[in-house]
Design a protein. Structure first.
Length: 236
């Protein structure tokens, strides 16, 4: 396939997926959405998207990542004052607490979809299972987790300016729930179990778990960047 055609297919695929997976509503390009996710951490690695993994190794990676998220929240962000959590470098960049509220909204949107998939999944021996990203998930992850790209956030998942002060505690609760989901998914085929995102659009269960965890990492990296700016400004 010619390079220009490859880029066009990838771009069209991302546009289609982004209107369905991490947005929930087909509104993400409307002018009224003013907040743009900025300062993505440079954690993109093409190999983690493409390589098939044994379920044990895949789940070990996800659990390690989740544990790091919990440690970051407890040691970096919970000790901050409410004013520091609400501080914004500019009006176009989220505060630390807005980053976590966005993650909470995302988990709340997709948890019922994953629960439904788990309830109807066929079980199998864990040793016979691997995770391989689906075609559309590879395209989605290439753009979503690549620091070269930045896209507006959907209205349904955009946090309010004033966030509940318990937002970090609520996020930790969702991380515990994510551990529970991984336990439930242990005897399930990650590649053949579909998660229906919108009518006609679905990923496999492994895709959804990976995207949720790495989406969290993306915005925790963003929150770390905001904390660095806060400290540089002499406010923390």
């Amino acid at each position: 396939m010619r390079p220009w055609l490859t880029r066009w297919v990838q771009g069209a695929g991302y546009f289609w997926l982004s209107t369905a997976f991490l947005v929930g509503e087909h509104e993400f390009l409307l002018p009224r959405l003013q907040i743009i996710v900025a300062d993505k951490p440079a954690r993109y690695k093409g190999d983690y998207i493409m390589k098939p993994l044994a379920k044990y190794h895949f789940f070990t990676q996800l659990r390690t990542e989740i544990q790091q998220h919990i440690i970051s929240v407890k040691h970096l962000f919970q000790p901050l004052t409410l004013d520091h959590r609400a501080w914004r470098p500019t009006q176009r960049v989220w505060s630390i607490e807005q980053c976590f509220e966005h993650l909470n909204l995302t988990h709340d949107y997709y948890r019922p979809k994953i629960d439904q998939a788990l309830a109807h999944a066929e079980h199998l021996l864990p040793a016979s299972d691997t995770y391989t990203p689906s075609f559309w998930a590879r395209i989605y992850m290439y753009f979503a987790f690549n620091p070269r790209y930045s896209f507006p956030t959907a209205a349904a998942l955009t946090p309010p300016v004033v966030v509940n002060e318990a937002v970090l505690t609520q996020y930790l609760v969702r991380q515990t729930a994510l551990f529970d989901i991984l336990d439930q998914a242990t005897p399930i085929d990650l590649c053949t179990t579909p998660v229906r995102i919108k009518p006609g659009i679905r990923f496999n269960l492994g895709d959804c778990l990976k995207i949720l965890v790495y989406h969290d990492a993306l915005h925790i990296g963003q929150a770390r960047g905001i904390l660095t700016q806060l400290q540089s400004a002499g406010n923390a």
